[in-house]
Design a protein around this ligand. Sequence first.
Ligand SMILES: Nc1ncnc2c1ncn2[C@@H]1O[C@H](COP(=O)(O)OP(=O)(O)OP(=O)(O)O)[C@@H](O)[C@H]1O
Ligand SMILES: [Mg+2]
Length: 485
Amino acid sequence: MRELAKVQGCLDRARGGLGAVLVVSGEAGIGKSRLLREAARHASDSGFAVHVGAAEQMTQTRPFGPWLDALEITPSSRDEDLRSVAVLLRAAILASAGELGSATHVVIEDLVDLVERLAAEVPRMIVIEDLQWADDATVLTARAVARSAAHLRVLLVVSHRTGGLPAIGRRLRRELLDLDVATDLPLAELDHAAAQGLAEELAGDAMWPAVHPQVEAARGNPLLIELLVAAGGRSGEGDLRCALREHVRDRTWALGDDGIRTLQYAALLGQRFSPDLLAEVLGRPPVEVASALQRAIEQQLLISSGHDLAFRHDLIRDTLGEELPQAVRASMHATIGRTLARTGARSPEIARHAALGAPRGDREALELLRRAAVEYRRLAPAVTVDLLTRAESLADERLPDQVELELLWALAATGRTGSCIERAERRLQDQPQPATAAAVHACLGLIRQRTNDLDGARTEFDTAVALAAEAGQIPAAYLADAAST
Ligand SMILES: Nc1ncnc2c1ncn2[C@@H]1O[C@H](COP(=O)(O)OP(=O)(O)OP(=O)(O)O)[C@@H](O)[C@H]1O
Ligand SMILES: [Mg+2]
């Protein structure tokens, strides 16, 4: 494995007293921790003492946390040096009400001395995981240890999520990679064959058929593949959703309520969305929304996609949307529909949101659907049929005449003759106004003509003309409409 070969190179260097620094990066769930566990096994097999500490999302304010854990520094340590660092740190924290100030540098110096002393005993591999959550003191210590590593039997490994680093972490990364002793090890997603292989291996023969069609959705991310299989292995869909919800919750935790709401709107907008449109939907300045989106990118929930942003996985987007109660989701769709209408988006999109968002009988949504339907009747009558059918399922009374007629014409134009005749005849039974009846007959005339029933067509057109005259309208308008449809 290419990655382990790099690790081995670093271990060899460190054992020879030249020091080494390894920077492992990659998106959430890609396998950083797994690789480092494997690396730790190699290291201890070849005589290294291994120390591991990880920054945690929940304890980002604990100064030096990962270093204290890695080197097992506590006030009750048996080793006097360890104990004295712990005692010094505790006193400094108590004296400073959280702001360590210059005491930080004293502790860092002590830690560097300690690492030098430990490395003189046996070679050491020190792992500081998840730098994206590290406190500043931890970052500064990593920098100091890396700088003195060149003449020590020490391999310092730091890992972080791609794009997830705050400014100080990014700076550390740059500085570390500038050192001669440093190796950059970015981890990529599994390729198609490897992803399929992993899923198949995890699923086993019995589960493979259920898991197989879903593997692509995990986009080569081993964690998501595991979640898919775990779900497929039990009762299917339900468990997958549970597992994913946990995963996404974990990732959205850092975004705060406001950030989560932003992402939920984004999820309803689509797999790909424009940040400007999202800001418009939220009624907030784009810069404010940008910072929430930036954090979502850092959490590997979103990725850039040209001028737009996109959800890293369809599964993440689905999960965010599903978290919302139906009524809330509906009202968010309605807001999106209204915003799209204001910003001059394409009307079927507007209408789609309006329909998803509206309660039964919502006049505003019906009007949006109708307008979009009319706009598309020549361009794409199938879209008109779709939109008006949605409108019908939303309306709590019969469609207004004008809308009913649009639907009839669109059905005729898309060749759905049977449905068109059935609807037209049902409408005529209700004895509509002469103008409406005229239009229905004209539509029927068109259909008869199309099916080569010329006598039938003539009868319908004659009726249409008579009714239109009765209604004081010019029948040619219908005929022109019929001819052009
Ligand atoms: N190449 C791989 N083959 C098989 N399983 C893998 C592979 N890489 C990772 N996994 C599995 O995927 C899961 C996630 O991996 P891991 O915890 O190492 O990811 P990570 O990059 O450390 O994620 P995070 O940023 O969330 O800490 C683990 O259960 C791990 O065993
Ligand atoms: Mg990890």
